[in-house]
Design a protein. Structure first.
Length: 578
């Protein structure tokens, strides 16, 4: 192994010579690496141009959309109004005076109260139903605290009122009126409640301070139990039913329920989510149920009960005291015309006939609204297009230019790429030519080319800019349809022409692959070929190095043998001479 060390026997640094020889032999490989580096620069440049062209394609497509150039605004003369309005591209420009004479209202079906039998005053507080849960604790009557638990009966609690006030206050439950009556025997007004009360008994029984006599406020105290199965809700006249699915219809929509498991609260939820178009609630103030239409307008509420007569027991059907109040349509005028009506307070085309205009009236009164083209949105779309177009052109110029400084000529990375240079010229041509309609006939409007809306090329440069802002503003206000035709006309519109051209450049589709993708794929193949060549060349260099090193090692070995023999001979002849 020692002989493998460079110059160990010969004193000759052959390893450095080998390194130099291999490095000289590496020259073709270095040229390949340099070529690969150049291809990487081309790939980066082509990918950047491809990305910018894709952005331009998106911007050009948006110019052909209704949102970009035909967008309308609807603004009120009174900026502080709580009304709102919107306009689509179809809305005719102009001023409109809306006068709302009356708001649209909802229909409602109000059920009667008295759904359950009067309270049994002998029942425990925990068992009676008055529409809310009664908590035990203390409440105050004429300054005297009354303590009780929910295990007390109603009669017991009322007796405690009499006892704690020393008979001053007479308290009783009247089953005929289903109310609690209090009477102050000393002739003074009864004072109920204190800030340190711990029970809601007075609120639950709807008792408040008043005169010498105080009674529970309307309606009657007894209420159905809404959080237990319907069979146990206490509805008057309701006979418990076996477990099964029963149903009824509201506005023709069926709602199913099981009285052994569903509560009245469950029933309300099912109605509200059924699609019947009503909202059902229990109204403690009336002691009955209420159905209200989810939409405004003069529409009815119809109920088709099942054989169980559930809605009859809820007193929501004809003959049970239920009252239907039909909703009203909104009544309005436009520009002093005759009265018009709308199911809702949203006055749209179906109500007034003005295409694309929607006004939401939030109160009776007069409001003036102006419909006009949204020049801000249109200019923003055009400016975006100009910016992206100019970025493409300046980027292509940067990558394809050839510059001369004195005797030095510098070529950019894509200077010899004729196809990329052609992209720049073709884009300029597309923006310069006159627009056509779907039949390739010349446009008939006032906008046939970009210069007609104040957008021009910057001399011989490929970039464009808004050269006449006042002309652009005027055209956006008065010729939106002509501008739209120039950009969005099928086949011959600028957006369509650009889209078709750019698609042929940037598409990554396997069946309609864009030309830039083709170039990038070609470069990728060249890179793979160079990688293969570099690897093969590296293997040859390794073999060459191994051969050279073996030769020099053999030389070192021979030199070492020679030195050993010479030393031996010298020692032998020296000893004989003595």
């Amino acid at each position: 192994m020692g002989l493998a060390l460079s110059g160990l026997a010969s004193g000759f640094d052959w390893k450095s010579i080998v390194d130099q020889l291999i490095e000289v032999s590496r020259t073709p490989q270095n040229r390949m690496r340099t070529e690969k580096s150049g291809l990487a620069s081309k790939t980066s440049a082509l990918n950047e141009i491809k990305s910018l062209l894709a952005n331009l394609k998106t911007s050009a497509s948006s110019l052909g959309s209704e949102e970009a150039l035909l967008k309308k605004t609807a603004t009120f003369q009174d900026a502080s109004t709580n009304w709102t309005a919107s306009a689509t591209a179809d809305a005719p420009a102009g001023d409109y005076e809306f006068e709302l004479l009356s708001l649209a209202t909802t229909s409602k079906l109000v059920g009667a109260g008295g759904l359950v039998d009067p309270l049994n005053s002998a029942d425990l507080i925990s068992d009676i139903s008055v529409g809310r849960t009664i908590t035990g604790g203390t409440f105050t009557v004429n300054g005297k605290p009354i303590s009780f638990t929910t295990a007390d009966s109603l009669d017991s609690v009322l007796s405690k009122v009499v006892a704690e006030t020393g008979g001053e206050v007479v308290a009783s439950y009247n089953s005929g009126t289903d109310r609690i009556d209090l009477f102050n025997t000393n002739g003074n007004p009864i004072i109920l409640g204190a800030s340190n009360d711990t029970s809601n008994f007075l609120q639950a029984m709807r008792l408040t301070s008043g005169g010498v006599s105080v009674s529970s406020s309307a309606p009657a105290l007894s209420a159905p139990k809404v959080n237990v199965p319907i069979n146990s809700a206490g509805l008057s006249g309701w006979a418990a039913l076996p477990s099964d699915t029963y149903s009824f219809k509201i506005n023709g929509t069926a709602v199913g329920y099981d009285p052994t498991t569903d509560t009245l609260q469950d029933l309300l939820k099912k109605i509200n989510s059924s699609g019947a178009g009503v909202t059902a609630t229990y109204d403690p103030s009336s002691g009955g149920f209420l159905l209200r239409s989810q939409t405004t307008g003069n529409v009815g509420i119809s109920i088709s009960d099942d054989t169980t007569n559930l809605f009859g027991n809820l007193k929501l059907t004809s003959g049970t005291g239920a009252a239907l109040t039909s909703g009203a349509d909104a009544v309005f005028t436009i520009n002093g015309s005759g009265n018009l009506t709308s199911r809702s307070n949203i006055l749209d085309e179906t109500a007034h006939g003005i295409a694309g205009l929607t006004v939401t009236a939030n109160g009776v009164g007069i409001e003036k609204v102006t419909v006009a083209g949204d020049t801000t949105a249109s200019k923003k779309a055009l400016e975006d297009f100009i910016s992206k177009y100019n970025t493409v052109q300046t980027t292509i110029d940067r990558y394809t230019r050839v510059t001369t400084t004195g005797d030095k000529v510098t070529a950019a990375v894509l200077a010899g790429n004729r196809e990329v240079g052609e992209i720049s010229r073709e884009l300029r041509k597309l923006l310069y030519v006159t627009g056509t309609d779907e039949n390739d006939d010349s446009l008939t409007g006032t906008v046939k080319r970009l210069s007609d809306i104040g957008i021009q090329f910057a001399g011989i440069e490929n970039t464009i800019s808004i050269s006449n802002a006042s002309l652009l503003e005027s055209k956006l206000l008065t010729a939106t349809n002509d501008i739209s035709a120039y950009f969005s006309s099928p086949n011959g519109g600028l957006s369509a022409r650009l889209d078709s051209f750019l698609d042929r450049l940037v598409s990554d589709s396997g069946t309609a692959q864009g030309s830039l993708k083709t170039q990038l794929d070609s470069i990728d193949k060249q890179n793979k070929s160079l990688d293969s060549q570099i690897e093969n060349f590296e293997r040859k260099l390794a073999s060459q190095r191994s051969l050279l090193e073996s030769s020099f090692i053999a030389m070192e070995s021979a030199q070492a043998n020679y030195q050993q023999q010479s030393s031996y001979l010298a020692q032998t002849f020296s000893s004989k001479s003595k």
